[in-house]
Each structure stands twice: as structure tokens, then as C-alpha cells.
Design a protein around this ligand. Structure first.
Ligand SMILES: Cc1cc2nc3c(=O)[nH]c(=O)nc-3n(C[C@H](O)[C@H](O)[C@H](O)COP(=O)(O)OP(=O)(O)OC[C@H]3O[C@@H](n4cnc5c(N)ncnc54)[C@H](O)[C@@H]3O)c2cc1C
Length: 431
């Protein structure tokens, strides 16, 4: 197994240990720091260290309660494995990110969010409790009421509080594997924001933004809304995947190819409002249809810039960020805008009430300087970047965006977690 992150940056030689009850004591005695590794779908350096603990083999389903929808699994279970077993029985994840190829442990550690954050919040909302191995090797069960501080530090805590070994999560009932999707075409950012607000009660919403549009067209978008159907069709057949066999030469991705893609994507949708019935994979996980799509960015890899801004500052801040991007030589195939509900109390969870923008950038000359400039804009509007996507922000910018970090640091120190659990990211950011 290749232990990299999804962005293929940074690239380092990693020694991986698979955790088992037998070698657990050994791992804690190696006198080196390590970090749990789920399925490597975080983009940056949050799951990387010279020593990682591979959690993926721990993929056992322990129990399921048909009445309450409570599922007990080991933390290495992938979300796609849950879907394959439970969609045909009429159950779906309460919160799911834009890929189903992540582990339950990774979902808790990043406190991931989906297209329904404005209604359902983060993944931690559906977690009843989990067992976690702490720095001294002891196992603790924690929940919002039992070892509550550990719960709030661990959900979103990027593997820095301990090793989650299993979890009990609630699933939600569904009556179909199909989603009624409505697409709203918006001319600019103002219209995009108005549509998000107008359809706020929609169960799921996400907008694709044309990040090459300029001036009065900045922020033009296709907003996709979704509601599960109720036709009792629950047969779930995961889509066949096409695969990118190797890293593309990096010149293939350039401003012309990407802006043409963006232009066609926007233009191919006709009319202001259109409706379609789509399946789970097409609505929630379109990128998973292409295996190793990360290789199109070439061997140097790529970074995703995902930032969130407080609601009252989102319009001005995003206008400035999008203008900066469209006036640069850079851009992304997929720029995604989402609306978020209220923040939770977890120390390092990313979401806050507002809007987030996410874009991929190929790593090339000048990229770090360019992203630093975006950080400056973000700072001005009191936003923050998502740790699960990050490989490069500065300690200062991180601290400015995450006001609860000192509480997190104190908690880690008090429990000697900082002596055991470290990633390249936590070292860079002094967490
Ligand atoms: C195509 C794509 C779309 C995405 N869309 C979204 C999205 O819509 N919303 C969103 O929130 N995220 C999204 N992500 C990010 C992804 O959901 C998170 O990075 C997730 O944490 C990855 O989980 P993983 O199992 O691959 O963990 P890894 O990437 O291996 O690790 C991520 C973090 O979790 C920690 N961790 C993993 N397992 C454990 C464990 N057992 N115990 C303690 N800590 C652990 C690691 O130390 C690390 O800090 C997307 C990623 C991709 C590639």
C-alpha cells in the first residue's frame, strides 16, 4: 500500500504499522511520534508522518439496530462499505462528504461535512460514541456526555488525541436510492447567494462555480439541490469506475483547457431551472467514478484550497477571492461553493455559519506565493482553511482562523498526547 495523501504532496517515505492488540504496546513504546492513517483521502499532510498507524484493515461490522439505525463498526470501515450493505435495507449516512472512500475514523477525525451541513451539521452529529486509545495505551469510551472534552477535541482533532478504534453511528432511513435533483443556473455570485437562501430548506445543496468568469459574471454557478425519492427502489449498484492509469504530464492542465471545461460545463445546462432523477453515486460522489483522478495533476501533485467565511462577510470576501483567481493564470476544473449552518463546539471543526469555497490547484512555480495571497484576503474577512485539505498554511494564519486552538493544545499537553500523536501538519502548525 502506498501511504500518500490524496494531493500526492508532500511526498515522503513512510513506515506503516498495522495496529493490532498484540503490537499496540510496541507502537506506544517506539519513542517516535506517529499518526493514525485511514484511507489517505485527506489532501495534505494531516495523515502523514514518518511512522503511520494503518487503520484500514480494521473493517469489521459489529452490530446494527434496525429500530434506531445505530450501527457499530470498527474505525477502518469505509463509507462505501456501509452503503453497499445498508442502502438495500433502506438506510443511508446522515452526513457524507463528497467521497465515499473514507474510513469512519477519518470521518470523525476531520469531523467531515456534506451537502447538508446547513441542516444536519457535521459527522459528529450522528456519532453516539466511540472507543479511543489514548497516549498511555488505555482505551476510553467517549460521547457528548461521557468524557465530553475528549469527544469535542477528537471530532475534528485530526488524529491528534488518540486512535479511534470503533464507533457507534446513527444512519437515516431512506425510501429510494434515487434523488430528485434540481439545477438552478445563476448568472453571478449575487444570484448564487440568493438561490442558496431561497432554497435553504432543501435537504442537500451544493454549487459548482465557474472560477474563470470575470467582472459582472464572477461567481456564476450551477446550484444543485437534492431530495431523496420515495419509490421503494433500493437496489444499490455502485458505478463501474474508469481509471487514470498514470500521472498526466503537467502541461495538459493549463488555463486554456480548464477554462474551456468550465465554459462548456456552464453552457451545457439550458434554462434557469432543470430537473433530473439521479442515483446516489451521481449525486453524492461524482468524483469517485474516476479512480485515481488525482493523477491528472501530474507527478508534483496538487493542493486543494478550501476556505470558509462568516456569513455576513462571505459575499465580499468570496468576490475578492474569486476575482484574484480569475485574474491569475490559475484555476480549477471544479470550484465548489457550499452553505453552512451553525458551528459546533468541537475545538478544531472547520464549519462555521457561512459559505465555503473549494478549488484544486496544480503545484507549480509560484503556487505557494499565490496561495499566501489568498490567505491574506481570507484573514481580512476572518475566514479559515480546512485542515483536511491543507498542506501549507502558516502557523499564524491557522491560529487566527481557529480561536479554540489553545484549548486544544492545553488538552493535548495535559494528557501527554503531544508526545505520541504528531503529523507533519501538527508539527508545522505547532499543534
Ligand atoms: C474527492 C474528495 C471529496 C471530499 N469531499 C469532502 C467533503 O465534501 N467534506 C469533507 O468534510 N471532506 C471531504 N473530503 C476530505 C475527506 O473526507 C477527509 O479528509 C477524511 O478525513 C478522509 O478520511 P480517510 O479515512 O481517508 O482518512 P485519512 O486521510 O487517512 O486521515 C485524515 C485524518 O484522520 C485521522 N484519522 C484517520 N483514521 C483515524 C483513526 N482511526 N483514529 C484517529 N484519527 C484518524 C488522520 O490522522 C488524519 O488526521 C474529500 C476528499 C476527497 C478525496
Amino acid at each position: 500500500m502506498n501511504f500518500t495523501s490524496w494531493g500526492q504532496y508532500p511526498n515522503l517515505k513512510i513506515k506503516a504499522v498495522t495496529y493490532s492488540w498484540k503490537n499496540l504496546a510496541e507502537i506506544f513504546n517506539v519513542k517516535k511520534t506517529f499518526i493514525p492513517y485511514g484511507n489517505g483521502r485527506s489532501y495534505g499532510d494531516s495523515a502523514l508522518n514518518h511512522l503511520v498507524l494503518n487503520m484500514r484493515p480494521h473493517d469489521y461490522f459489529k452490530s446494527f439496530n434496525e429500530e434506531s439505525g445505530l450501527l457499530h463498526v470498527e474505525s477502518g470501515v469505509l463509507l462505501c462499505e456501509i452503503l453497499e450493505h445498508f442502502v438495500p435495507r433502506g438506510w443511508f449516512l446522515k452526513v457524507t462528504p463528497g467521497t465515499k472512500l473514507i474510513t469512519v475514523g477519518g470521518a470523525i477525525a476531520s469531523d467531515v461535512h456534506g451537502k447538508n451541513h446547513h441542516i444536519m451539521g457535521c459527522f459528529s452529529e450522528c456519532v453516539k460514541e466511540f472507543d479511543i486509545v489514548l497516549a498511555g495505551g488505555t482505551i476510553v469510551t467517549c460521547s457528548k456526555t461521557q468524557h465530553a472534552e475528549l469527544f469535542h477535541a477528537t471530532c475534528g482533532g485530526m488524529g491528534l488525541t488518540g486512535v479511534i478504534v470503533n464507533a457507534k453511528i446513527y444512519l437515516k432511513k431512506i425510501k429510494s436510492q434515487f434523488i430528485n435533483q434540481t439545477t438552478i443556473k445563476n448568472k453571478n455570485l449575487k444570484e448564487t447567494f440568493e438561490s442558496f437562501e431561497k432554497y435553504r430548506s432543501s435537504s442537500y445543496s451544493v454549487a459548482w462555480i465557474d472560477c474563470f468568469a470575470k467582472k459582472e459574471n464572477i461567481g456564476r454557478s450551477l446550484l444543485k439541490l437534492g431530495e431523496f425519492g420515495c419509490d421503494d427502489k433500493l437496489q444499490y449498484i455502485p458505478k463501474e469506475k474508469v481509471s487514470v492509469p498514470l500521472n498526466f504530464p503537467s502541461f495538459i492542465l493549463n488555463k486554456i483547457s480548464m477554462s474551456l471545461f468550465n465554459w462548456f460545463y456552464y453552457k451545457k445546462t439550458k434554462g434557469r431551472v432543470s430537473n433530473k432523477v439521479v442515483d446516489i453515486d451521481s449525486f453524492f460522489y461524482p468524483l469517485d467514478a474516476i479512480k485515481y483522478w488525482n493523477r491528472i495533476y501530474g507527478k508534483n501533485g496538487f493542493v486543494q484550497y478550501q476556505c470558509i467565511l462568516p456569513k455576513e462577510k462571505s459575499f465580499d470576501g468570496l468576490t475578492e477571492i474569486l476575482s484574484k483567481i480569475s485574474n491569475s493564470k490559475r484555476g480549477s476544473f471544479l470550484a465548489v461553493l457550499k452553505l453552512y449552518g451553525k458551528a459546533n463546539g468541537n475545538y478544531l471543526s472547520f464549519p462555521m455559519e457561512g459559505y465555503s469555497l473549494a478549488l484544486d490547484f496544480k503545484i507549480d512555480k509560484g503556487i505557494w506565493h499565490f496561495l499566501n495571497e489568498l490567505d491574506e484576503i481570507l484573514k481580512k474577512y476572518e475566514g479559515r482553511v480546512y485542515l483536511a485539505k491543507d498542506a501549507r498554511i502558516t502557523k499564524e494564519n491557522f491560529e487566527q482562523g481557529y480561536p479554540l486552538v489553545d484549548k486544544f493544545r492545553t488538552f493535548r499537553k495535559k494528557n501527554q498526547m503531544d508526545k505520541v500523536f504528531q503529523s507533519l501538519q501538527s508539527e508545522r502548525l505547532g499543534i
